[in-house]
Design a protein around this ligand. Structure first.
Ligand code: TMP
Ligand code: ASP
Length: 260
């Protein structure tokens, strides 16, 4: 498949056209940003890890019937994906309170929520992705009632599946962000899961130690982001244990696996 012109460049990815109007190529950059671009840097290897981790999660979600944009991974940094019209909402799912909700509502960090909490943010960098209510989505036609109901059902299944998948490898799924899009082909429009699911878009804590294995390592200047993402990939069985990352505690990984 031939890579065409650049269609869009975001903070962490670039989208290129292909010869098929329904498909585009998604390129994972090494750029890391936080707090709506206020803080940024380049972390060598991040894009490669996110490409692999997102591929793994989206393929698993496909297998449980969650339709998504991934067609196939092309190489270390690129995937062929379905070209969708993105619904301009960030769907945030929280199982444990941390991050912005603790500051916004004064909730204690680490509070386990009785039920998954779904929040909606308008996807608009200039406005700082403000929190909105479901009513705003309907009032301004960002999505229809029917689309929202469908998305909410998908989100609950995705959360259940991902909690279990990560629990099985000794990781707690604290919260994450999802995006959905409209895929139009043969005169039909279908709502599918889009964007990446990776340690850039999820908060992942080690089940035993609560060590952060996600982009909070960058947001909070904790360092060692690549070893943390590599550990996630290894635990999910995407990379082999021998892979060249010195700070991964392979012995601990083995003992966690044995306990299960
Ligand atoms: P928050 O606590 O900063 O609102 O983030 C909640 C979750 O959403 C966390 O897993 C990080 C993810 N997220 C993104 O992927 N992109 C974003 O732009 C924001 C604000 C959060
Ligand atoms: N992705 C957002 C940014 O680049 C926020 C975040 O992930 O913290 O600013």
């Amino acid at each position: 498949m031939k890579k065409g012109k650049k269609l869009y460049e975001g903070k962490a990815k670039i989208i290129y056209a292909t010869s098929d109007k329904n498909l585009v190529i998604q390129y994972f950059k090494d750029d890391a940003t936080a707090f709506n671009n206020l803080k940024k840097t380049t972390i060598e290897g991040k894009g490669v890890l996110n490409n692999r981790i997102s591929e793994h999660i989206l393929n698993n979600l496909s297998q449980i019937g969650i339709k998504n944009h991934l067609v196939k991974r092309l190489n270390m940094r690129e995937q062929i994906i379905k070209f969708v019209e993105i619904i301009p909402i960030e769907f945030i799912v929280r199982n444990v309170a941390t991050g912005s909700i603790t500051k916004r509502l004064g909730i204690e960090d680490g509070t386990v929520l009785k039920h998954p909490l779904l929040e909606f943010c308008l996807k608009d960098d200039e406005l700082g992705d403000p929190l909105i209510a479901e009513e705003h989505i309907l009032a301004f036609d960002w999505a229809t009632k029917h689309e929202l109901e469908k998305v909410k059902k998908m989100i609950l299944r995705i959360n259940d599946f991902m909690i279990g998948m990560f629990r099985g490898v000794g990781i707690k799924l604290i919260d994450f962000k999802l995006e959905f899009g409209r895929f139009k082909s043969n005169g039909k429009t279908e709502i599918i899961l889009a964007d990446e699911i990776s340690p850039d878009t999820c908060r992942l804590w080690d089940s035993i130690t609560d060590k952060k294995l996600d982009k909070d390592r960058f947001r909070k200047n904790l360092g060692d982001l690549i070893p943390a993402y590599t550990e996630v990939a290894k635990r999910l069985g995407i990379l082999h244990e021998q892979s060249n990352v010195s700070s991964v505690n392979v012995t601990k990984l083995r003992s966690i696996k044995k306990k299960r």
